[in-house]
Design a protein around this ligand. Structure first.
Ligand SMILES: C[S@@+](CC[C@H](N)C(=O)[O-])C[C@H]1O[C@@H](n2cnc3c(N)ncnc32)[C@H](O)[C@@H]1O
Length: 305
């Protein structure tokens, strides 16, 4: 699955096939192969939960339709809360397996559409809210802007969309690299000397993947922008605010955050810092959150969608 397809069509086909055949296969009760990209250890739970809930702060609390563009199976309980006071959550995804799984969770509260986020099959100004989480990075590079513009187009004036993707080469991860390098080596040595279970064993996805060696490293195409590139790309078309969703990457957390070393307290403190400086951590961190507000009027200096 680490093939490098060239054309946009080939990229999308490989992404769809990946999610249909691997990404959305369950490896444990309620845990998908895709969850291997998340830190599911108990020590990280509170920090991750609170980051998920940041999305909800920016959405209209209720409405008729909430669009989830690239919904996947709506895999985390926090995701369900975004649409709890909406009449319908419209799940759009190129993976049929994703939508089948989403329907198991949402049932009648959901509407399910096989669709490409860069070509949304919906009328303009339809949705009271839009979320798109960890999806646009799977698009061919030349279609990222188109996907953002599609999200903007279908959003009702006066409403908000929230888009989260990883940032390419995030400065914070770079700055922490010497620390993670040292921490990893100490940990590996201690684990070898003491015969202690590796820290990953506390993560249900990592533990379950031991039974599935082929799925342990399986991944698909992704292209991530820096926040500077993103801001430049979107500027002519829409107003965006870049805030922190979560500034620590999974890689950094697995390396530096541990139950026995006060990990929970460190993460509480880190979350507090992120709350104090949401723009800084949004710009520099691993996962910026792009908040798009669609005004009721289009400014005269702005290109219309
Ligand atoms: C990493 S998963 C994220 C799913 C979910 N939003 C979440 O945060 O758990 C990416 C999802 O985007 C979907 N996807 C990838 N490319 C897409 C496209 N061009 N249009 C719609 N969905 C797409 C995949 O099928 C997959 O379900």
């Amino acid at each position: 699955m680490s093939d490098k397809p060239k054309s946009p069509t080939e990229i999308k086909r490989s992404v769809r096939e990946f999610y249909d055949s691997i990404g959305w296969q369950m490896i444990d009760e309620g845990v998908y192969q895709n969850a291997r990209f998340e830190d599911l250890r108990p020590v990280a739970q509170e920090y991750i939960h609170r980051a998920h809930m940041r999305v909800k702060r920016h959405l209209k609390p209720s409405g008729k339709y909430l669009l989830d563009a690239g919904s996947g199976p709506v895999q985390y309980p926090e995701y369900l809360t975004y649409s709890e006071d909406y009449q319908y959550r419209v799940c759009a995804d190129i993976s049929i397996k994703a939508l089948q799984e989403a329907r198991r969770r949402l049932g009648e509260r959901g509407l399910y559409v096989v669709a490409d986020v860069a070509h949304l099959p919906f009328a303009s100004n339809t949705f009271d809210g839009v979320v798109s989480l960890h999806t646009i990075h799977h698009l061919p590079q030349e279609e990222h802007l188109q996907a953002y513009r599609e999200i903007y187009r279908v959003l009702k004036p006066g409403s908000t969309a929230v888009v989260v993707n990883g940032q390419g080469n995030p400065p914070l991860t770079r700055w922490l690299k010497p620390l993670t390098w040292v921490a990893d080596r100490i940990r590996w040595r201690l684990e070898r000397l003491t015969g202690r279970t590796p820290a990953e064993a506390e993560d249900p996805a990592q533990a379950a993947l031991r039974q599935k060696p082929d799925w342990k490293t399986a991944h698909t195409f992704a292209r991530k922008y820096s926040t500077a590139e993103l801001r430049e790309m979107l500027k002519p078309y829409m107003d965006v605010e870049i805030l922190v969703w979560r500034s620590l990457s999974v890689r950094v957390m697995r390396s530096l955050i541990h139950r026995r070393l006060g990990g929970r307290l460190i993460l509480r403190f880190w979350f507090w810092l992120e709350e104090r400086f949401p723009h800084f951590f949004g710009e520099k961190g691993a996962y910026p959150m792009v908040v798009i507000r669609k005004d009721t009027t289009t400014p005269s200096n702005r290109r219309t969608p």
